[in-house]
Design a protein around this ligand. Structure first.
Ligand code: MN
Length: 480
C-alpha cells in the first residue's frame, strides 16, 4: 500500500478533492511513527495508510481520511494535540482525539463492556466519523491478525464480531459489517468457520455460475419491457451471517439458506423497482412469504429494497434484490453514503440527528437519573440481540446475557458485591436471587456486610461466565 493508492481511490469518487493536506498528513505520520514496527514486520505507516485507504473505500470526506492517517499519533508517538491542531486544524484534530478517547481497552466479553459501550455511543453521537475511523482501524488489525499470539487474535476478533459488527449493521454500513465479519469469524469460531467454508464452497461456486447466466436473461427481459438496468451485482452473505442464521433456525446445513447469494438489480427509479418485481414474477413463481417491500417499510438501519425469492430455471431458487442507485449506495455505505450523495447533509452532526435510535441510547446513557422507560427498551435494545440492559438504582446500565439473574447482576457490578449479596429488589420488589432479569429492570442488591463466602447454590442459577468463575474462585478460597 502506498500513498498514491489512496490518492487514486479518492480521485475516483471525488475528482475535485484537494489532497494536499492528506499528503502532508502522510509525511507527518511517517516521520512521527518512524522506527516503529507492526507485529507483522511492516513499518507502522503501513497501518496508517491502510486505515486511510479503507475510509476512502467507503467514500469518506478528506478530513476523515486525514484523521485515519493520523489516528494512532496521539497514543503511539510524542505528537501533541496542539501540534495536530496547528498543522491540521480543529476538525481533523477533534476526530483524532475522539478515536484516542475510545482507547484500546482489553475486551473481556460484553459483560464487562458497559462503560466502553457508553463511550462509544457518546462518541458516535458527537461525530459519527469517529466510529468509522475505528472500523477502518480494526479492518487492518484483522487483516494482519495472524501475526499476533492466539489469545490476542481471539480477543480482538471477538470484540469486532460482538461490538463493531452490530454497530456497523445498525448504521447500515453493509460493506464494513460483512467484511469485518468475514475477517473476524475464522479467529473466533475456528471449527465452525472451517466446516462452513468447506461445505459452502461448491454450493457458492455453482450458484455463482448460475447467477452469471441468469443475469443475461434477466437483462434481456427487462429491456423487452422498456426498463434500462443500471447495474447487476451478485451479493454473497458473509459466512458469519450464514452461521448465525443456521444457529437461529437450527439448520444442519446451508441448503435451506436461500439468500446465501442474491442477484441485485439496480434500476433508475422507484417505479422501475416495482415494475422489475412484476416482471420477475411474471416469469418465475415466487416462494411464499419471501416478498419483502423494504421501500415502503425500510429496515431500522434505513435499508431499502424490494426482495423476492423465486423458482428459476432448473428449479434453482434465487433471491432478487431490487434498488435504485441511491438505495444501493445507502445499503453499501449506510450513513457514510450521505457524504457522497447528499451534499446538503454534509454535517455529520445533522446526519446523526436523524438516527432516532442512536439519540435515544445516548440520551438515556448520558442521563444518570434515567430509569426504566418503555421507549428505551423498544428502540435500542435489539442492537445487541440476546442481550439485556438492566439499571442500577443510580441509573447506571449493566449489560448482561438475556438469561441472566440478580446474582449475575451483582457480580457484574463488583465481585465483592456478589460475594456479600443477601437479596435483590427488582423494580422495588424483593425477589429471589434466581429471578430472571428483563431489559429495563432496576435492580438493587442488598448486602450482608460480614458475609465471607458466596452460596454454592448460586451456581445453579448464575448464568454469566463472569459470575460463575468468581463464585467458584471465592468458594475455593474460603476452603483454603
Ligand atoms: Mn490503529
Amino acid at each position: 500500500m502506498t500513498l498514491p493508492d489512496v490518492l487514486t481511490l479518492i480521485k475516483e469518487y471525488k475528482p475535485e478533492a484537494d489532497t494536499s493536506l492528506l499528503e502532508l498528513a502522510y509525511e507527518f505520520a511517517a516521520e512521527a511513527h518512524k522506527g516503529q514496527m507492526r507485529k507483522n514486520g511492516e513499518e507502522y505507516i503501513q497501518h496508517c495508510l491502510a486505515t486511510a485507504y479503507r475510509l476512502a473505500k467507503i467514500h469518506m470526506d478528506e478530513a476523515t481520511i486525514i484523521a485515519g492517517m493520523l489516528h494512532d499519533i496521539l497514543d503511539e508517538t510524542s505528537v501533541s494535540v496542539d501540534e495536530l491542531k496547528k498543522n491540521f486544524g480543529p476538525d481533523v484534530t477533534q476526530l483524532v482525539v475522539g478515536v484516542s478517547k475510545l482507547g484500546n481497552l482489553k475486551y473481556r466479553g460484553i459483560e464487562r463492556y458497559a462503560e466502553d459501550l457508553r463511550k462509544m455511543f457518546v462518541s458516535i453521537a458527537q461525530d459519527i466519523r469517529i466510529i468509522l475511523i475505528k472500523f477502518a482501524d480494526r479492518y487492518h488489525n484483522l487483516e494482519t491478525l495472524s501475526a499476533l499470539p492466539r489469545d490476542k487474535q481471539y480477543r480482538i476478533a471477538r470484540e469486532v464480531l460482538e461490538i463493531y459488527c452490530p454497530i456497523a449493521d445498525r448504521l447500515g454500513i453493509w460493506y464494513m459489517k460483512s467484511k469485518l465479519e468475514d475477517l473476524a469469524f475464522p479467529y473466533v469460531y475456528v471449527d465452525e468457520f472451517y466446516l462452513l467454508y468447506v461445505s459452502s464452497g461448491p454450493i457458492l461456486k455453482g450458484k455463482e455460475e448460475y447467477i452469471e447466466r441468469l443475469k443475461d436473461s434477466v437483462e434481456e427481459k427487462l429491456r423487452e419491457h422498456g426498463i434500462q438496468p443500471i447495474l447487476f451485482e451478485r451479493r454473497v452473505k458473509s459466512l458469519y451471517s450464514v452461521h448465525k442464521k443456521m444457529m437461529k433456525k437450527g439448520l444442519p446445513s446451508i441448503e435451506g439458506i436461500y439468500d446465501i447469494t442474491a442477484l441485485r438489480v439496480v434500476v433508475p427509479t422507484v417505479a422501475d423497482c416495482y415494475a422489475v418485481l412484476g416482471i420477475i414474477h411474471q416469469y418465475w413463481r415466487p416462494l411464499p412469504k419471501r416478498i419483502k417491500d423494504y421501500i415502503a417499510q425500510p429496515k431500522a438501519n434505513n435499508y431499502r429494497a424490494l426482495h423476492t425469492t423465486v423458482f428459476c430455471e432448473k428449479g434453482e431458487i434465487v433471491e432478487f434484490q431490487i434498488q435504485t442507485p441511491e438505495m444501493h449506495a445507502q445499503a453499501k455505505f449506510g450513513i457514510a453514503a450521505h457524504w457522497h450523495y447528499d451534499e446538503s447533509h454534509k454535517r455529520s452532526r445533522q446526519i446523526t440527528k436523524n438516527l432516532d435510535w442512536l439519540q435515544e441510547i445516548v440520551s438515556v446513557w448520558k442521563d444518570k437519573d434515567a430509569t426504566a422507560d418503555e421507549s428505551f427498551s423498544a428502540v435500542t435494545l435489539d442492537l445487541f440481540k440476546n442481550r439485556i440492559f438492566v439499571f442500577t438504582p443510580k441509573g447506571d446500565i449493566i449489560n448482561l446475557a438475556e438469561d441472566a439473574t440478580s446474582i449475575d447482576f451483582a457480580y457484574a457490578i463488583h465481585s465483592d458485591i456478589g460475594r456479600r449479596c443477601a437479596g435483590a429488589k427488582i423494580n422495588n420488589q424483593l425477589q429471589p436471587l434466581s429471578t430472571r432479569l428483563h431489559s429495563g429492570d432496576v435492580v438493587e442488591i442488598m448486602i450482608e456486610k460480614n458475609r465471607k463466602s458466596p452460596s454454592p447454590a448460586w451456581l445453579e442459577f448464575a448464568k454469566t461466565p463472569l459470575a460463575r468463575t468468581k463464585i467458584r474462585l471465592q468458594l475455593r478460597d474460603n476452603l483454603l
